[in-house]
Design a protein around this ligand. Structure first.
Ligand code: KIV
Length: 269
């Protein structure tokens, strides 16, 4: 985005799209990563319910609760100077009706200092988005593969392929009409993502949606190589934190066993 020092606001997302400037986002769940990503100039940090997998040790995002995400969102929001912080509404906290979505969003805004909320779903969540936006809270929408519905979708599967592209486009238009300031497209074929990006005025943020989107978002533990085992095809590993930590902890263990740690310089007189 244009000014690397100015606090990021929702209007900067729209300006970035109009000016062809790509938006960058990472997930974050704690004070250290939030401060590092913020200082590096990442435009927005998502306190995602992916914390269920990356922090809390669940198999899916389904069990994550509002009470679990609030302290993480507070840690992230209080650790940034410039980045825009988006808090994810977890499964079960907004689907019942628009009033439930608003009540949960108000909790996140009051108790964490986040700047916006994100919720999953296209046409099915349009009323919720309108109600939250009307109350003065910016909403980032999320369509395509929506992890909270993974059991209905039959697992981690690409969405919006072939004839399903038309459905995805209707969802995209619905969230824009409802007032979302940006929309995440997760695991969507590049051509469908390009069509959505050309159609919408609000920016599209891709997570496995190819290059024809207005910005890119990644789960930080995937991009930094901390996640164990297989990661989705769209992930590029920019570091090997798992390897680096394993090496560090192995050396620590060996040095304690041998007596090399602590050395003279680590002692108090
Ligand atoms: O929770 C999360 O991290 C997300 C992104 C993957 C879009 O929703």
């Amino acid at each position: 985005m244009a000014d690397p020092k100015a606090k990021v606001r929702t209007r900067h997302f729209l300006e970035a799209k109009r000016n062809g400037v790509r938006i960058t986002g990472l997930t974050s769940y704690d004070t250290n990563t939030a401060a590092i990503f913020d200082e590096a100039g990442i435009d927005f940090l998502l306190v995602g319910d992916s914390a269920g997998n990356t922090v809390l040790g669940y198999d899916t995002t389904v069990p994550v609760t509002t009470d679990e995400l609030i302290p993480l969102a507070r840690a992230v929001a209080s650790s940034v100077r410039r980045a825009f912080v988006v808090a994810d509404l977890p499964f079960g906290s907004y689907e019942i009706n628009a009033e439930q979505a608003l009540a949960t969003s108000i909790r996140f805004m009051k108790e964490t200092g986040a700047h916006a909320v994100k919720l999953e779903g296209g046409r099915r969540s349009a009323q919720q988005i309108s109600r939250v936006v009307e109350a003065g809270i910016p909403v980032m929408a999320h369509i395509g593969f929506t992890p909270q519905s993974e059991h209905r979708l039959g697992g981690h599967r690409v969405q919006g392929r072939g004839a399903d592209a038309e459905d995805l486009i209707l969802d995209a238009q619905a969230v824009e009409d409802a007032g979302a300031f940006a929309v995440v497209l997760e695991m969507v074929p590049s051509d469908t993502a390009r069509r959505v990006t050309e159609l919408l005025e609000i920016p599209t943020i891709g997570v496995g949606a190819g290059p024809h989107v207005d910005g890119q978002l990644m789960v930080w533990t995937d991009f930094a190589g901390l996640t164990a085992g297989r990661v989705p095809r769209f992930v590029k590993r920019y570091a090997d934190l798992r390897g680096a930590l394993t090496e560090a902890v192995t050396t620590f263990r060996a040095e304690v066993a041998s007596g090399d740690y602590p050395a003279r310089e680590h002692e108090y007189e």
